[in-house]
Ligand binder design. Structure first.
Ligand code: FE2
Length: 200
């Protein structure tokens, strides 16, 4: 990662946070919650291809092909992952699943933490290289737009996908669903408040 950063990225761009720290945080959680998160990731990768690449005729056919083959691979991963998640679920009783739901909420908060760090870093990078001095309100808008975009890509688009919702809904009860929903609500709300300039 560091080598890639120094070789391929313009000066001043930083990859944060440390990948090993993220891995040990994730691997400290229960198998059920990791499989749920992985399934979510497989599904949002497919949403990304379908919504932003497949339908865009202005993209290079070669570029589209690369992502189409990646999408096909992700489809296979998603099927295998679903089976593994459901198999793991069958081993759990109510108390273990309750704890696993807590883990999933912690993982979602962890992903959001990563997304917030990345959005702030990338917004700072853009503001520094945009070629003019930005007003404080403009910098805040860039940060909010990056945060909303990253949250959409890495959290919201997967959570809203019917396949993920029905899988999750099939293994949790109403109270567990409410806990997850309550934790996700602030993350799913866009932060960018567009100001309307007064007419006079
Ligand atoms: Fe995958």
């Amino acid at each position: 990662m560091e080598l890639l950063a120094s070789a391929d990225m313009p000066a001043g761009y930083r990859f944060l946070p440390d990948a090993d720290d993220v891995a040990s945080f994730v691997l400290g959680k229960s198998t059920w919650s990791i499989l749920a998160l992985t399934c979510h990731i497989e599904i949002f990768s497919q949403v990304h291809y379908r919504q932003s690449i497949e339908a865009d005729d202005s993209l290079s056919p070669l570029f589209k092909d690369v992502f189409m083959y990646h999408w096909k691979e992700e489809s296979q991963h998603a099927i295998i992952n679903e089976l593994e998640w459901m198999r793991e679920d069958a081993k759990l009783g109510k108390p273990e699943r309750d704890a696993a739901v807590d883990d999933l909420i912690a993982l979602a908060a962890g992903v959001d933490g990563l997304v917030q760090i990345r959005a702030k870093e990338d917004a700072g990078y853009i503001c520094e290289h945009v070629g003019r001095t930005l007003l404080h309100a403009e910098i805040a808008d860039v940060q909010a737009a990056m945060l909303d975009a990253y949250r959409w890509q890495y959290i919201v688009s997967g959570v809203e996908e019917p396949r993920f919702r029905s899988l999750l809904g099939s293994v949790i009860d109403e109270e567990q669903g409410k806990r997850i929903f309550d934790a996700l609500t602030p993350i799913m709300k866009p932060t960018l408040q567009r100001q309307t300039l007064p007419l006079v």
